[in-house]
Write a protein that binds this ligand. Structure first.
Ligand SMILES: [Zn+2]
Length: 425
């Protein structure tokens, strides 16, 4: 049995919003999510290593383990490959012998879903805490910081609209403390509090970074410069019982710079497959390896780029534009109604986007359960791109940022479906 990839039209269509839960979704009714969700992976792994750790969203880690099909072990490694969506992977399997061998297993021939928006900061926090953007308060590449009424960029936690610093090598101090924005305890913290070994293997520059502190805090972080050393550090850590986290960055980075269907991306994908194969060879027998991603990637259409700066009816009544080009959060000017903005955007964009007021998005469960403190961070209107469209703002975004060859953030199959590949070494 092999995986049949839907055609590109279907991959670029918006899919129903995934639910959060501990069981299997009702596939027959078009349901998505439940435990087949990125947020369920760490709760499921906690149960798999014998230390079931519930979260506010996943109260039954054992049920998550069963739904995801994870065997019980003493030591597990979870690998997060940034930007490696399930269908991106499936369409390039010929370049990846190790991943191909995993995809031949029936248990791996089903995608799980990431959170909405399908973007790194939101997904990392949902993954790390086993919850959802409505609870973590990490709901977009940029979002409103209500106390200062400024847009904050959640990779570095910096002022999104501040001019570029004179020296880009000097890190800008975060605008807000990562712990005060993201208040959910991470699964790593909860496991460590039970005396479980929790190791993270990653790049030196991400040790203690604002995003790591917010979304993935609580591990013994092992920094290494080369991908090979990071893989070997993870394999070494796995000799002791517990949980190891390994982060692989470059599929996303190269995808944004060159496009996910470029030769550069394929070369990167081949390297990633080689790293994962090395992990498989180096991990002790009996280790469970689980490979996931934070989102997939869509090739953009230059003709489908809509610039808010050039369209007065889109800019009208909008004070701030947050989110990202595939999933905008529009913040209304004082006195402007969200319904009026949503109406103008619907008229202009037609079926290239799903436009919803914040209340409609909350009612539809887009961000999962939403804490009161998070509500003011979310835009008044949420715009999710369909097809290969992007919605940019050349008044505040660099030209390069508005013309990336591959992007993500919206709710199409290509962006939402992610792997959860299981390899028992
Ligand atoms: Zn990205």
């Amino acid at each position: 049995m092999s995986v049949e990839t839907p055609d590109m039209d279907e991959l670029l269509r918006l899919v129903p919003t995934a639910t959060y839960g501990d069981g299997l979704p009702d596939h027959a009714a078009g349901g998505r999510g439940g435990a087949l969700h990125l947020s369920a992976v760490l709760p499921a792994l906690s149960a798999a290593i014998g230390h079931p750790t519930p979260t506010k969203v996943h109260t039954d880690p054992k049920a998550c383990q069963d739904a995801l099909g994870l065997p019980s072990v003493t030591s597990a490694i979870v690998v997060l490959v940034d930007g490696l969506g399930y269908w991106n992977l499936a369409m390039r399997l010929g370049h990846a012998p190790y991943l191909r061998s995993l995809m031949n297993e029936t248990v791996n021939q089903r995608p799980i879903t990431t959170c909405a928006p399908s973007t790194t900061v939101a997904a990392m926090a949902a993954f790390g805490t086993g919850t959802c953007p409505g609870l973590t308060g990490m709901a977009g590449y940029t979002q409103l910081e209500p106390a200062s009424h400024k847009l904050i960029q959640l990779i570095q936690f910096k002022d999104a609209l501040a001019p570029k610093p004179a020296n880009p090598h000097i890190p800008v101090p975060p605008m807000i403390d990562p712990h005060s924005l993201q208040q959910e305890e991470t699964v790593f913290e909860k496991l460590a509090a039970q005396g479980v070994r929790v190791t993270s293997s990653g790049l030196p520059k991400f040790a203690g970074s604002p995003l790591t502190e917010a979304a993935l805090r609580g591990t013994d972080y092992q920094p290494n410069v080369t991908p090979r050393d990071r893989v070997l550090a993870a394999a070494r850590a796995a000799r002791q019982p517990g949980l190891t986290y390994l982060y692989i960055r470059d599929a996303d980075k190269v995808g944004h710079n060159y496009g996910w269907d470029s030769e550069n991306w394929v070369a990167t994908f081949e390297h990633i497959d080689a790293q994962l194969a090395l992990l498989h060879r180096s991990a002790p027998a009996g280790t469970l390896i689980v490979i996931v991603a934070d989102h997939g990637m869509v090739q953009t259409d230059p003709d489908g780029r809509v610039d808010i700066a050039a369209e007065p009816e889109l800019a009208q009544g909008v004070e701030l534009v947050g989110g990202e080009p595939r999933s905008l959060m529009l913040y209304a000017s004082p006195g402007e109604s969200a319904e009026a903005i949503a109406g103008r955007w619907r008229d202009r964009l037609g079926d290239t986007a799903l436009v919803r007021t914040r209340e409609r998005a909350f009612a539809g469960g887009l961000f999962g359960p939403v804490a009161d403190r998070v509500k003011p961070m979310i835009g008044d209107v949420i715009v999710q791109a369909a097809g290969a469209a992007t919605f940019v703002d050349s008044r505040t975004q660099s030209d390069k940022a508005t013309r990336l060859p591959s992007v993500h953030g919206s709710q199409t199959m290509l962006e939402m479906d992610i792997p959860c590949l299981i390899d028992l070494v």
